[in-house]
Design a protein around this ligand. Structure first.
Ligand code: PEP
Ligand code: MG
Length: 848
């Protein structure tokens, strides 16, 4: 085989070198900008991503050539430089070039303690990150001649060779190990969770060390000008003073003047002032809040690096708003700088400190926020639970890459093993999911589906618990929660989003609490109110069951008369909260047997309440059971077969509308018919609803408007939307059922095999999670087009779970939908995602 020449594609960073974030990575580009701003940056060489990829593939690089840029006997560092700083990268390695000769030289110039410390730290970092040796063998905490010899000895024992002395070899190994780490599976998954493309490359920067040790004023530190948690303007960071070698160890010192102790500002006011000036220049010229990494050597400042300040989502938003307010960036840019998905982390509720806490185990707080849900022990169960719309807590011994899909479906995660950098912790933070790891006192039996707490309490699959990822605790039951803090910056950014977006955003809200949340998040109305949820409270369930058991239309009407005032009160409350914004109410949808008890005790209770024999109640309940209830007597079929139910609901809606008018408000209710598949269904329901409206108008002696629309959830409704639209003023696509029926795939059971299907590439993604734009999407296009051909002013929307995903919002916007309607917590995300789409179109021109 022909031997390949070592790669020579690398270059010193100068003001004019051809360096871009795409070719050499973000850090290299940033260093070049610092060089252009004439900041005191030590000599740096940048390796492009193509070179790094070739190194990972086994090619060698001309390390001698790289080293020639740094003069004789240099000490250098290597840092990762991905295209986007959020994509992470392997750990930095410092002091490459350290060897016995360099150690001896340093001992002369800087003293033996400093020389020992530098050499030891290099050996430790090389052994752990490059040679991948067991960190326990290199845990010598205190630097000393003895510790140094122990580390060198451990290296020789483990590797069967002496610690490499040749700087070029050291550099070559460091580059190879960093290049390979980037290609590893966990690194790949992590950066992809942050939006990195499959082919994302890594650049590397090699820089001369500026040690921050010397006889005069010396030290090292980092400085930033905002609080990384809140984003408030404030100098934060740290400084370690070497005090001219007078201390055995560097002393931590305050940056700004502080009554508690000495500070850099006191000790070296000119250097401090230079740093503040550099920070201000960077903020304006690099248009970003930067953290400056610096050293001071005998009073001389070096800026080694300036990276974007690591920040919480909350701080990220505040920084973007502040930069726009200061005119450093435009409002559009501020919007584009905040990832829609990051908002959900911001919105996470916390456990209310004023409420009780029934803690059953303590672990490590791995990802903030708190969540309540039912215990599930597998990713499949988590996906099934999400498909049913039930929040769940994924409890695992530890998680692995194949659990990512399950984690995505869970409201929170609890693991028995792991630390803050374990897979579960890292992924949960990436997803903004509350997470507690390392709850090692738990006894977990996933096969038996049970969990034993240290105090002996047993929890089973389906039991409700609370994960408090901020405190690192798991609590029994549903803890009282505090709503998220929506501060002024949040509201302002989203109001800027509203100024630019061109698709409406409503919320799915069934209860007054949901509606209030929808208002808090400034949804433009309710796009789906699932009325069945109103009948599950104890008092109503009994009447509902009486209605279901009624033998005659009159008996049914008698039960419904009792439900009427309750429904009316529900709608009055919703309309009051929504204050004139549109409210779209879906008539009853689920199969009736869902309202019946399923246990013997429940049947007995029902028999008592109805004063009927148990055998009759049981028989009637059995008669209502269906083989395939999701395709059975539900939705509009109830409205056709038992029309009194919809009559009652329509009457309640109209009377509530009149009540609101009487109180001085106004509302135009939207009534939506679920699960339609034929035009005649709509005709039948419409005729009765119009009659109810006429009756209510006459009785009340007052007029009101309403709209009647159809929920498109069956493929046939999409195909026949042209004729259905003759009787509907709006169509709303229920993509949960539509996906289920298009694929013939049960939304409650698909979780069992979805992983396999996605892994084998049958589906690119879980279609219940990410809208299938090819198949279901085609039906959406057909439905919208045919509906609009009949009725050009038809309002078209989507209200399935997909509506809150940026990808589906992009689809609906391109298809010309009027609005999306998603769960209240997704509303801010949807508003921002819609703004991003509009801005990107402006930037790149409208998609064809
Ligand atoms: C749907 O099917 O998409 C929908 C919104 O209705 P549900 O989830 O209540 O069936
Ligand atoms: Mg549905």
């Amino acid at each position: 085989m022909q031997k390949l020449e070592p790669i020579t594609d690398f270059a010193p960073i100068t003001p004019t070198a051809a360096i871009t974030p795409k070719t050499h990575g973000w850090r290299a580009k940033c260093l070049q900008r610092l060089v252009r701003l004439e900041l005191p940056v030590p000599q740096t060489v940048a390796l492009p991503a193509t070179t790094v990829r070739a190194i990972a593939a086994g090619q060698t690089v001309d390390c001698e050539g790289i080293l020639r840029n740094f003069g004789a006997g240099p000490l250098i560092s290597v840092r990762p430089s991905p295209e986007n700083p959020d994509w992470g990268g392997p750990a930095t390695v410092l002091n490459i070039g350290m060897n016995a000769a360099r150690h001896a030289l340093l001992a002369q110039t800087h003293g033996i303690d400093a020389a020992d410390a530098l050499y030891l730290r290099f050996i430790q970092s090389y052994a752990i990150h490059v040679a991948r040796l067991d960190p326990d063998m290199f845990d010598q905490a205190e630097a000393s001649g003895e510790a140094l010899r122990a580390a060198l000895h451990a290296y020789r024992e483990e590797m069967d060779e002496a610690f490499p002395e040749d700087p070029a070899r050291q550099l070559g190994e460091v580059l190879r190990s960093m290049a390979r780490a980037w290609e590893g599976t966990s690194a790949r998954l992590l950066r992809q969770a942050k939006g990195a493309p499959e082919a994302a490359g890594l650049g590397l920067v090699v820089q001369e060390m500026a040690q921050g040790i010397g006889q005069g004023m010396s030290g090292s530190g980092v400085m930033q000008f905002v609080d990384p948690v809140t984003g408030a303007a404030q100098v934060t960071g740290r400084y370690f003073d070497q005090a001219g070698g007078r201390h055995a160890k560097p002393q931590a010192m305050y940056l700004i003047r502080d009554p508690r102790g000495p500070s850099l500002e006191d000790l070296a006011p000119e250097v401090f002032a230079q740093l503040v000036k550099h920070g201000a220049v960077c903020r304006v010229r690099l248009r970003e809040e930067m953290q400056i990494e610096f050293t001071i050597e005998d009073g001389r400042l070096s800026v080694l690096d300036a990276v974007k300040v690591q920040r919480s989502s909350r701080a990220g938003l505040r920084i973007a708003v502040a930069l726009a307010d200061d005119g450093v960036i435009t409002r559009s840019e501020a919007l584009l700088r905040v990832e829609p998905r990051a908002l959900s982390e911001l919105l996470h509720p916390q456990v209310d400190p004023r409420g009780g806490r029934d803690r059953f185990v303590r672990g490590i707080p791995a990802s903030p926020g708190a969540a309540v849900g039912r215990i599930v022990f597998s990713s499949q169960a988590a996906q099934a639970s999400a498909a049913r719309g039930e929040p769940c807590i994924l409890v695992r011994r530890e998680t692995a890459p194949e659990d990512i899909r399950g984690m995505n479906s869970a409201a929170g995660v609890l693991t028995e093993r792991g630390g803050v950098t374990s897979h579960a912790a890292v992924i949960a933070r990436g997803l903004g999911l509350p997470c507690v790891v390392g709850a090692s006192e738990l006894r977990l039996d996933a096969r038996e589906k049970r969990l034993v707490a240290p105090d002996g309490r047993v929890f089973r699959e389906g039991d409700i618990i609370t994960v408090d990822g901020t405190a690192g605790e798991a609590l029994a039951g549903a803890a009282a929660m505090l709503g998220p803090a929506l501060d002024d910056n949040f509201r302002r950014l989203l109001s800027w989003a509203d100024d630019v977006r061109d698709i409406g955003v409503r919320a799915n809200a069934d209860t007054p609490a949901d509606a209030q949340m929808a208002r808090n998040f400034e949804a433009q109305g309710i796009g789906l109110c699932r009325t069945e949820h109103m009948f599950f409270t104890d008092d109503r369930l009994v009447v509902m069951r009486e209605m279901i058991f009624a033998d005659t239309s009159e008996d049914r009407a008698a039960a419904l008369v009792r439900l009427l005032p309750m429904q009316r009160a529900d709608f009055v409350q919703l309309f009051e909260i929504m204050q004139g914004l549109p409210v779209c109410i879906r008539l009853l949808d689920p199969p009736l047997h869902e309202f019946l008890p399923h246990s013997r005790e429940g049947m007995l209770e029902l028999a008592e309440a109805l004063d009927r024999p148990l055998s009759e109640v049981t028989r009637r309940a059995e008669a209502l059971a269906e083989f395939n209830p999701m395709l059975g007597m539900r939705g509009v079929r109830l409205g056709v077969v038992l029309p009194e139910i919809y009559d009652m609901q329509a009457q309640a809606i109209f009377e509530a509308t009149i009540e609101i008018a009487r109180r001085g408000g106004s509302v135009v209710p939207e009534i939506m018919i679920p699960l339609v598949s034929a035009k005649r269904e709509v005709e039948l329901v419409k005729t009765r609803i119009d009659a109810v409206a006429a009756m209510v108008r006459t009785k009340a002696g007052t007029d009101f408007d309403y709209k009647l629309g159809v929920m498109v959830e069956t493929p046939r409704a999409a195909l026949r939307a042209g004729e259905i639209a003759q009787h509907a003023s709006f169509l709303s696509f229920g993509t949960n059922d539509l996906t289920q029926m298009t694929y013939g795939l049960s939304r409650d059971d698909a979780g069992r095999f979805m992983n396999t299907y996605v892994q084998k590439g049958v589906f690119p993604e879980d279609p219940f999670h990410i809208l299938d734009v090819d198949g279901v999407g085609e039906l959406l296009h057909i439905g919208a087009d045919r509906g609009r051909a009949t009725r050009p002013d038809l309002t078209v929307s989507i209200c399935g779970e997909h509506a809150g995903n940026p990808e589906s919002i992009a689809f609906c916007r391109t298809a010309g939908f009027d609005y999306v309607s998603c769960s209240p917590y997704r509303v801010p995300l949807a508003r921002l995602a819609a703004a991003h789409l509009a801005l990107r179109d402006r930037e790149f021109g409208k998609p064809a």
